[in-house]
Design a protein around this ligand. Structure first.
Ligand code: NIG
Ligand code: FE
Length: 417
């Protein structure tokens, strides 16, 4: 029975909310000062004014020295498990070769598919654990992880099993998504429907082995059409999976509208969603997961119209989209800066988007994204004087101490020597 008291906190964001936070309410942030947090056996025992807790007898007292304290961050869209890397594509990007052209030529996602098929389960596992450690260092305590670099049964299952094993052995919480419908491989070029049938035939096994909670698809020009996506996702829904869509990333095909129509948990990217799509999103419970790192990294295209989405009442989360091609970073803090600079989101909106709303986008609203009595003590102490500082000072790591279930999993070290 270990008890820890966090005291001398500067600003405390608990992000307490009964549900996801939408529209204008995203801009209202409750900032507590002179509060302390009592942790008992990895759970939050009390969050009260410091004067009420400071004399409680505990095993360890941690002086936060006036720093900002928040819930652990939640990253609701990552492609965690993959083989190889794609640094050779950077020159093509610089020459202006479009992302979808690289894919059409057998590169892009398909190049990672080849590397992932070749990699052993152990290699993929070690690589995933490495990236998870880095995510933890950036203050992330819960993530979603997609498959999608197999597009054959064997490799998709290999990816999902790696994610499951990582979940068992890494302190971070991982929520799995089956993205078997991520691209069209050479052998299915003339018959994408057959690839979708092949992937849908795995739904039962994935359910039985508890390998994924969500099913996702890349609805895009040259990949899967809205009609194909609808049929595929409907089958997944009938089997009891939560739904996600890579929607309206490059061409506005209507993936956002489809996400709303099917009652998807989230529609992701939404960079080129139409006015009508935004209105539908705003009137729905589907969460818009925006990925500004991808647009920044691809070097072209539009940033999602977050302002319009939020102003019209949508529920918005943000994420790294960590993957080896279109957004190669585990740094969700950098994405918070891009959300401020490129999506014009306020710091208050951004904190909702990486905590409570991100947790709801992966069905973890009841366990992650908030500092609340009875919950796991997933907490970050930041080297920052206030919550606005994190998006402001960009590109670096501001974490001082990261707790997962009350255990310190990362601590900023001093310089050696
Ligand atoms: O979310 N757009 C599709 N999928 C990923 C990219 C995957 C890749 O390029 O390897 C995304 O951007
Ligand atoms: Fe993605």
């Amino acid at each position: 029975m270990k008890t820890i008291l966090l005291y001398n906190i500067g600003q405390l964001l608990t992000m307490e909310s009964d549900g996801p936070v939408r529209g204008k309410a995203m801009n209202e942030l409750d900032v507590k000062e002179k509060y302390a947090i009592l942790i008992k056996d990895g759970k939050i025992e009390a969050v009260q004014p410091e004067s009420e807790l400071i004399d409680v007898d505990v095993d360890e007292k941690i002086d936060c020295e006036g720093r900002l304290v928040t819930p652990g961050l939640v990253d609701p869209h990552t492609h965690l498990v993959f083989g190889g890397s794609r640094e050779h594509e950077m020159a093509l990007k610089q020459q202006g070769v479009p992302y979808l052209d690289i894919l059409k030529q057998g590169g892009g996602i398909l190049s990672t598919v080849r590397a992932t098929r070749k990699a052993s389960e152990e290699e993929l596992y070690n690589k995933a654990m490495f990236h998870l450690d880095r995510m933890a260092s950036y203050g992330i305590t819960t993530i979603e992880a997609k498959s999608g670099y197999g597009m054959d049964q064997e490799t998709e299952l290999k990816q999902l099993r790696v994610a499951k094993k990582a979940k068992e052995n890494h302190p971070l919480d991982i929520v799995s998504t089956f993205l078997g419908a991520h691209a069209i491989t050479e052998d299915y070029k003339d018959n994408p429907e057959a690839l979708l049938d092949e992937m849908a035939s795995m739904f039962d096994q994935i359910k039985e082995e508890n390998l994924a909670e969500f099913v996702d698809i890349f609805t895009e020009t040259g990949v899967f059409t809205v009609e194909q996506s609808r049929r595929y996702l409907q089958k997944a829904k009938d089997k009891g999976f939560g739904l996600k869509i890579h929607a309206d990333e490059i061409d506005p095909l209507g993936g956002t509208e489809l996400a709303v129509e099917l009652g998807a948990t989230s529609g992701d990217h939404l960079a080129v969603t139409t006015d009508e799509g935004i209105q539908k999103l705003a009137n729905s419970d589907t969460i818009g997961v925006l990925l500004p790192g991808t647009i920044f990294y691809l070097g072209k295209g539009e940033f999602a119209r977050a302002r319009k989405m939020i102003d019209e009442g949508a529920i918005i989360a943000i994420s790294t989209d960590f993957n080896p091609g279109s957004s190669v970073t585990e740094n969700l803090q950098l994405i918070m800066s891009l959300a401020a600079l490129k999506l014009k989101m306020t710091p208050e909106e951004i904190w909702h988007a990486v905590t409570v709303n991100a947790a709801h986008a992966i069905h973890r609203g009841d366990v992650a994204g908030q500092i609340k009595v009875g919950r796991k003590a997933d907490i970050v102490i930041w080297d920052a004087p206030n919550y606005m500082y994190i998006p402001y000072h960009y590109g670096v790591n501001h974490t001082n101490t990261v707790f997962k279930e009350g255990k310190i999993i990362y601590k900023r070290g001093g310089l050696l020597g």
